[in-house]
Design a protein around this ligand. Structure first.
Ligand code: ZN
Length: 717
């Protein structure tokens, strides 16, 4: 007699619990993803059929009949594809990359099918109408979180054109396709124009002032360009328009003529000849305007704001104007300081600095005012101490205890650590109750790990089918230097800030108390509000108690000298007026192009931008300035009428931090109390409530830009 054991579910398809990373191979992806997607399609077909029948019968629909199955479909895909995408980011290989790329289109297509399903849309509308006609306590009455989830789902589907009919929908889809192609072309043309321009420098006088790291970069570029003998010391050196070469050259080169040449080439990228983005800009703006009108909005800015915390164009304009007024006089003052600095050094340009002088003189002035050597601070920030400081801060503010739990969870690399988060002593007899977990993958692994830092969802807070709680688990990924021998990973201050930033996202994911996964953690949080907890955490890097408490030399335990800490604080606001004004200029240009400009308005997009520049720049754009032609955020990325979000979120995070400043950063009792309130509002409620309401619940009032203006050093001099 033979007994056949039940076939084990492949790791990739388990759909719950922590993924068994080692079993999710490129081969597994190619073998199992197509089947999973086919199964999801047939489940969606079945769901649509049952909803169609329910709609035809006229019987009331229930949340459990519609939203729960829909959520389960999405979660099935998210769990499996999320694990694959995660591995693709942190342990890439040619095989995995190929397997990922091969499945991507099918995954996107499934998402599109869900987002554009007419039956789903009608069922969601029915659910909304039933709610509108019901009373609290009745079966079809939805609570606030349910209603917000439903409203967001309807809105997102409507913005994909699902509510349009016949010719209008046809036209909408054709325009969507054209817009997608135009933004790809826009981005490619910027890239090509950037790569097309080079300048070979051959004599030592032309590289005067450049740091060694830049010289070796330029020599490497020269070698790749065919000068096999190029060296950092002897040249030749090949200059280009990409950021890693452009930015430091503008900052350090003493050759004003070369800075000018480089600047002019950079600012006029993709604005003429074969690679001309001007016609694309007008076409993109025109198509977006038409799309907005098909959807029943006046212009694209309204479409963008429909899904954001900022509730009107006027609210965004008001914030930008507040920042502009604060930043403008400071930026003028900063320009004068740069001129004085140039004059002290006898530079002929002192009487009329040009755009290509700004980075250079700012760097000169920075070095004279405070020589901050970020490399020299590394020994004070060994990773283990920084983690201790971060976890201690979280315990103090949010009453949570974080403990290492290495070995308790499968990982994807030996350097990856696992931690558990539990209720702290303030929770009384609930102390030690598990709340969440997180992975920390701190070190860079060139070749197999994507650059940058990010937080992602491994598991979301939810309930298992048996009713037990599933605790949230986050991925926290950084890219800092690995330990060498007995030397731990020594971090720069920027890397410390980055870790705090990502941990802030992680806290919102992990400390959520929302029971509905669609609105738990960072889910359903408007994108101009999602950086609130992350930027909030960065502020603590400038709090003396927090920073000086953790910054100790890894060998002798010496604290970070106070003078160095003061330099960090000075660096935070150095040239703050110019930096703020620049962001205001970009944000306002973006907003007005998507609200004030239309094909018959009698002005070109560039003319509109120049009008804005008249009061948002202290050095007017030069004639060949074609910055719009390389403004990829709004023409090739997702920031159209959303560039303001950077500043919007900074207002929220600075204002949230100022609640702690108000009670006094050394008032321990009040700090703890304020921290608990932050946990119970911003970190707990996630996307279950309107972000204005969440903010008001924490702060007791609407957001104010006062704290950001102060933190940016823009208070009237
Ligand atoms: Zn972030």
């Amino acid at each position: 007699m033979t007994s056949s054991a039940p076939t084990a579910t492949p790791a990739l398809l388990r759909g719950e619990g922590l993924p068994e990373f080692s079993a999710i191979t490129a081969e597994a992806v190619s073998t199992h993803m197509p089947g999973l997607i086919a199964e999801l399609h047939s489940q969606l077909t079945a769901l649509e059929a049952s909803l169609e029948a329910a709609l035809a019968s006229g019987d009331p629909l229930g949340w459990a009949q519609l939203m729960e199955p829909l959520q389960r479909l999405g979660e099935r895909l998210r769990w499996s594809w999320g694990a694959v995408s995660h591995l693709n980011g942190v342990c890439n290989s040619p095989e995995l990359r190929e397997a990922h790329a091969n499945q991507q289109a099918a995954v996107v297509q499934f998402g599109n099918r869900c987002g554009q399903s007419g039956v789903l849309y009608r069922a969601l509308q029915t659910l909304q109408q039933q709610h509108a006609h019901s009373q609290p306590g009745e079966a079809s009455y939805l609570d606030a979180a349910q209603l917000r989830i439903l409203t967001a789902e309807l809105r997102d589907m409507a913005l994909r054109g699902v509510g349009l009919e016949g010719d209008a929908q046809q036209a909408f889809n054709v325009a969507s396709q054209e817009l997608a192609e135009l933004s790809t072309r826009f981005g490619n043309q910027v890239l090509d124009a950037t790569n097309q321009w080079t300048l070979k420098l051959t004599d030592a006088a032309s590289v005067e002032g450049l740091p060694a790291s830049l010289l070796s970069q330029l020599a490497q570029a020269a070698r790749e360009g065919g000068d096999a003998e190029a060296t950092a010391e002897q040249g030749p050196w090949l200059l280009g328009l990409d950021m890693p070469r452009y930015a430091p050259f503008m900052k350090y080169s003493r050759r004003r003529d070369l800075r000018e040449q480089l600047y002019r080439a950079h600012i006029s990228r993709a604005s003429g000849g074969e690679l001309n983005n001007w016609p694309l800009i007008e076409r993109i703006l025109t198509l977006r305007l038409e799309q907005a009108q098909r959807l029943g909005y006046t212009h694209w800015a309204e479409v963008s704001l429909a899904a954001k915390m900022a509730d009107s164009e006027a609210a965004v304009e008001q914030l930008l104007e507040e920042l502009r007024q604060a930043a403008y006089p400071v930026a003028q003052q900063e320009l004068r300081s740069l001129e004085e600095c140039a004059r002290r050094q006898g530079a002929p340009e002192a009487d009329g600095l040009q755009p290509w002088d700004i980075s250079y003189w700012a760097e000169q002035l920075r070095q004279q005012s405070f020589e901050l050597d970020s490399e020299a601070l590394r020994p004070y920030f060994p990773l283990p101490r920084v983690l201790e400081g971060l976890f201690g801060l979280c315990s103090r503010l949010f009453d949570i205890t974080i403990v290492a739990a290495d070995g308790e969870a499968p990982t994807w690399h030996d350097d990856v650590r696992f931690f558990r988060v539990m209720e702290g002593p303030g929770a009384g007899d609930r102390e030690g109750t598990p709340i969440a977990g997180f992975y920390l993958d701190p070190y860079s692994r060139p070749g197999s790990k994507r650059g940058g830092a990010w937080m992602d969802e491994c598991l979301g807070r939810t309930q298992a089918p048996d009713g037990s709680a599933v605790l949230p688990v986050a991925y926290l990924i950084c890219n800092q230097s690995p330990p060498v021998g007995d030397t731990p990973s020594l971090m720069t201050f920027e890397e410390v800030e980055t870790l705090f930033h990502e941990f802030g996202h992680g806290l919102q994911h992990m400390l959520t108390t929302v029971e509905r996964p669609q609105a738990a953690g960072i889910n359903n949080v408007e994108w101009d509000a999602v950086e609130l907890p992350s930027q909030f955490m960065e502020n603590w890097c400038y709090d003396p108690t927090t920073l000086l408490g953790m910054a100790r030399h890894w060998q002798n335990g010496e604290p970070l000298p106070e003078a160095e800490f003061s330099k960090l604080q000075a660096a935070r606001t150095f040239m703050g007026g110019a930096a703020t004004l620049r962001q205001v200029h970009f944000a306002l240009t973006d907003l007005r192009l998507h609200s004030h400009w239309h094909p018959g308005c009698g002005r070109s997009p560039e003319e509109l931008r120049r009008d804005i520049a008249a009061h948002t720049t202290v050095l007017p754009p030069i004639d060949e300035d074609a910055f719009l032609c390389s403004f990829g955020h709004i023409f090739a990325g997702g920031y159209a009428a959303g560039y303001y979000s950077y500043k919007w979120a900074e207002v929220l995070s600075a204002d949230a931090f100022s609640a702690f400043e108000e009670v006094g950063l050394d008032n321990e009792t009040q700090i703890r109390e304020t921290g608990r309130r932050f946990r119970e509002t911003v970190l707990s409620l996630g996307g279950s409530l309107d972000p204005q309401a969440v903010f008001a619940a924490f702060r007791g009032r609407e957001p104010s830009s006062e704290a950001l203006i102060r933190h940016s050093g823009l208070v009237a001099i």
